[in-house]
Design a protein around this ligand. Structure first.
Ligand code: SF4
Length: 183
């Protein structure tokens, strides 16, 4: 595992975490922090080249995001497409969920009585009219980036292609002929 100096990966066992910040407020903040603003790219380069500042910045990010979202510092943040419900707090750490073990009452299979974090994400996305985001396939994360600043990685473009492009198409099951199966 590659961990940037001064940062560390979380070693706690993940448990579903209900975000403490509202989706509208976080979506508004994300627009301010949009990486298309060249200022943020310049800031990321500066931080990456200034080790003590990078360490301090990562420390602050850890404190803020851990309290608000249960962030575990995977370094490749999914929050903007999961309406700020962190998928790494899923005990199975699924980046595409929910799994098939969710109870009929919405409880996590691993922690009965705790609401599945992926259901929280869908509920928040539905309330915001962002369900299309939930259809975006998330690629597996790079395990070497645990402990790094996801904000710096985002601004620097190191987590590009973390998600498939948004699709308006409703997911559907392939028929046998479409999938090329023969009987
Ligand atoms: S950086 Fe990773 S662990 Fe932290 S909130 Fe984002 S997805 Fe969750």
């Amino acid at each position: 595992m590659i961990v940037m100096p001064g940062s560390r990966a979380s070693t706690d066992l993940p448990r579903p975490f209900r975000p403490l910040a509202s989706a509208p407020s976080m979506n508004a903040m994300h627009r301010v922090l949009d990486r298309r603003n060249p200022l943020w790219y310049a800031a990321s380069v500066f931080l990456l080249n200034t080790r003590p500042l990078y360490q301090a910045f990562t420390f602050v990010e850890r404190q803020v995001k851990h309290r608000l979202f249960g962030c575990r510092m995977c370094g490749q943040c999914a929050l903007p497409v999961t309406e700020y419900a962190c998928p790494m707090t899923c005990p199975k750490q699924l980046r595409n969920g929910p799994c098939g073990g969710v109870s009929v009452d919405g409880s996590c299979e691993v922690y009965p009585g705790m609401r599945c974090v992926w259901l929280m994400a869908f509920e928040r996305a539905d309330a915001e009219g962002h369900v299309g985001d939930m259809r975006r396939l998330q690629r597996p994360i790079d395990q070497r980036k645990w402990g790094q600043s996801s904000w710096v990685n985002y601004w620097h473009g190191d987590d590009e292609e973390l998600f498939a492009v948004e699709s308006e198409r409703e997911p559907s099951l392939l028929t046998a002929s479409e999938s090329g199966e023969s009987h």
